[in-house]
Design a protein around this ligand. Structure first.
Ligand code: SF4
Length: 185
């Protein structure tokens, strides 16, 4: 089964919706939940094989590029890179959860801006075309942090697709690494 070629519109739509209202970023949790729901139901990586909008974006990007791909380094396929990425993802998720709890308990202010790779603030204030959504500060904080993580990983995958084969990100994507661990068990 191959990813539907127009699924990448969902990825683009996700990032555009962040400009309408940042709270739409919470939809990003679906990209972490649905792959595992399908995995447990079908006992295979159904999401990766047929429904992942991000993979569709990388495939489209690979088709559009006008230069040859460099051979994917071995440490991406069989080496430590996937564990490094899983560690980044785990750390990022831990950071998101702990800071969100901190905001909910009034121990820290809500961070309402984007960050790249957890720590680098992006000097750009996201326009909010429809800002009128009544929420508590921790939800806004969680939305910005989740959007930042999705933006970082999508950007890295996009960069890899431009340099190497289109779906190089899939060799180190934390979703596939965790799926493989579950399937082995
Ligand atoms: S490995 Fe990651 S990016 Fe690739 S298809 Fe699976 S979930 Fe999508």
């Amino acid at each position: 089964m191959r990813n539907h070629k127009y699924l990448f519109i969902i990825t683009l739509g996700f990032f555009l919706l962040g400009f309408v209202n940042i709270h739409f970023a919470l939809l990003g949790f679906l990209c972490m939940i649905i792959p595992f729901v399908l995995l447990f139901r079908t006992k295979k990586k159904t999401w990766c094989q047929g429904y992942c909008p991000r993979a569709s974006l990388y495939t489209a990007c690979g088709k559009g590029k006008k230069w040859p791909s460099i051979k994917t380094p071995k440490f991406f396929i069989n080496g430590n890179m996937k564990w490094i990425m899983l560690t980044y993802f785990g750390t990022s998720l831990f950071f998101i959860i702990m800071t969100t709890i901190g905001v909910a308990r009034g121990m820290r202010p809500s961070m309402e801006y984007l960050r790249f790779l957890i720590v680098f603030p992006i000097p750009f204030s996201m326009p909010q075309l429809y800002p009128a959504m009544e929420t508590v500060p921790w939800v806004t904080h969680l939305s910005y942090r989740l959007y930042s993580m999705m933006m970082t990983t999508t950007f890295l995958g996009f960069l890899l697709a431009l340099i190497y084969k289109p779906r190089t990100w899939c060799t180190i994507c934390p979703i596939t690494t965790v799926s493989d661990i579950i399937l082995k068990k």
